[in-house]
Design a protein around this ligand. Structure first.
Ligand SMILES: C[S@@+](CC[C@H](N)C(=O)[O-])C[C@H]1O[C@@H](n2cnc3c(N)ncnc32)[C@H](O)[C@@H]1O
Ligand SMILES: [Zn+2]
Length: 267
């Protein structure tokens, strides 16, 4: 499908690049681009677009744009979040996974993208879609990277067709989302045909270490839950895990995981 792009404002051109794979979060049908909204061809629902940023939330299921918790208030202030991120990286001395194989020439979705791209070698050719519940973060990303599409959407209902992306990132997001993590992973795997890369935390099984970690997380993070190794094992059992790295000074509190979905994903 091709569209006469001069009929839309410049900011909508990034939407047009992805229109074929964008889907309604209510009924999964394809969307049409109108002047200032995306309209579902199936159920007729209109999703507004403000300054080139689509708001693709299913308001019927109670998903709101706001996140909760004292540290999550940071999600309304991109520069504070960036500062906190730099500080924790120095404190924790994490050693990051080399990601070029998952970026080069790939179509990427960054789920819970936050307000800045780190760990990405931006010189590698790739196409990225970022989604986040925080409109402030999405706006910050969109301003820094106007060539790519950033939108307000939930990781629990990703507004894209099955297997629309080569690589999906879920970096430090899982522990911020309440509810069923297995279901969340299935939703991200649904839109991914290549690799799913997860950065998150691991709670130590040694009680005093877990206590130190919990104090650290309560102070700096305020996530909802932090999985132990046995909880990670259970969550990842249905997947082909090609890498599971532990890093971080706080008793290996950071995990970096690569799942291979090229042979399909669990339903
Ligand atoms: C700790 S930040 C991580 C941001 C970025 N990935 C990074 O590594 O710096 C967690 C992010 O998840 C987002 N988030 C929380 N719940 C979400 C949901 N249900 N769907 C999408 N994003 C969500 C928050 O707004 C926030 O940007
Ligand atoms: Zn619909």
């Amino acid at each position: 499908m091709s569209f006469p792009t001069n009929q839309f404002p410049l900011s909508n051109k990034t939407i047009l690049k992805h229109l074929e794979t964008l889907r309604c979060v209510r009924c999964s049908e394809a969307l049409e681009l109108t002047d200032n909204s995306l309209r579902c061809g199936g159920c007729g629902q209109r999703f507004p677009i403000a300054d080139g940023i689509p708001l693709l939330l299913d308001t019927l299921d109670g998903t709101t744009q706001e996140t909760a918790g004292h540290m999550e208030a940071l999600f309304r202030f991109p520069s504070f979040y960036r500062f906190k991120h730099g500080l924790l990286k120095r404190l924790n001395k994490t050693d990051d996974l080399v990601m070029s194989d998952f970026l080069q020439q790939k179509k990427i979705v960054d789920v819970g993208c936050g307000p800045f791209s780190y760990g990405f070698d931006v010189t590698l050719p790739h196409s990225i879609v970022g989604l986040d519940l925080s409109p402030q973060f999405v706006r910050a990303m969109s301003q820094q990277d106007p060539e790519n599409l950033y939108l307000v959407a939930s990781a629990k209902k990703i507004p894209f067709a099955d297997k629309a992306f080569d690589t999906a990132f879920l970096r430090f997001v899982i522990h911020h989302i309440p509810g069923d993590t297995a279901e969340l992973l299935r939703e991200v795997a649904r839109v991914t045909r290549g690799h799913l890369i997860i950065f998150d935390h691991v709670r130590s099984d040694v009680p005093w270490q877990a206590k130190v970690q919990t104090t650290y997380w309560k102070t700096f993070d305020s996530g909802h839950h932090y999985n132990s190794m046995s909880e990670w094992d259970g969550l990842l059992k249905p997947y082909r895990v090609v890498e599971f790295r532990r890093t971080g000074k706080m008793f290996g509190n950071v995990c970096q995981i690569v799942l291979d979905l090229t042979a399909g994903s669990p339903s």
